[in-house]
Design a protein. Structure first.
Length: 152
């Protein structure tokens, strides 16, 4: 009668499977969301070019070829995230890309609070932090690379 109350007869907790599923869905939403948003920036650069970046790089003492890294950071890396293939690598590339964005374009606004009270670079900051989170979390099960791939 009271057998189910004994510790050795406890009912197994079924929440583990649902936690794993929701974690994987959360990783999917984070990866695809960030990937699509950054890819749109990359598509704009594919359409409009990156000539404007050459002068910016020269002014910072960097060679012109560094500008082509934007295609890796805003086209290749987001595609890796969206597909969930080498997602950690794609996320690390995005972290580096965002650090370049901060350093080359937005340093003057780094300590600025916007008119609405938020950080002037909150969007760029969210991109950086989301990419860092993906690099740490991996792609999850809903990805081409699978949950257990070394770079996924």
């Amino acid at each position: 009668m009271f057998e189910s109350c004994r510790p050795d007869h406890q009912i197994k907790d079924a929440s583990h499977m649902s936690n794993t599923t929701t974690e994987d869905l959360g990783k999917l939403v984070l990866r695809v969301g960030l990937g699509v948003i950054i890819l749109l920036h990359g598509i704009a650069k594919l359409n409009g070019g990156i000539d404007w970046m050459f002068g910016l790089l020269t002014a910072k003492g960097l060679p012109h070829f560094v500008a082509y890294g934007v295609y890796i950071g805003e086209v290749v890396a987001p595609v890796l995230l969206i597909l969930g293939l080498w997602a950690r690598v794609g996320a690390l590339i995005l972290v580096v890309n965002m650090l370049f964005v901060f350093g080359l374009v937005h340093m003057a606004d780094f300590f600025v609070i916007g008119k609405s009270g938020g950080w002037a670079l909150e969007l760029q900051g969210i991109f950086l932090l989301a990419a860092a989170a993906i690099a740490l979390l991996g792609a999850g099960a809903y990805s081409l690379g699978g949950r257990n791939g070394r770079w996924n």
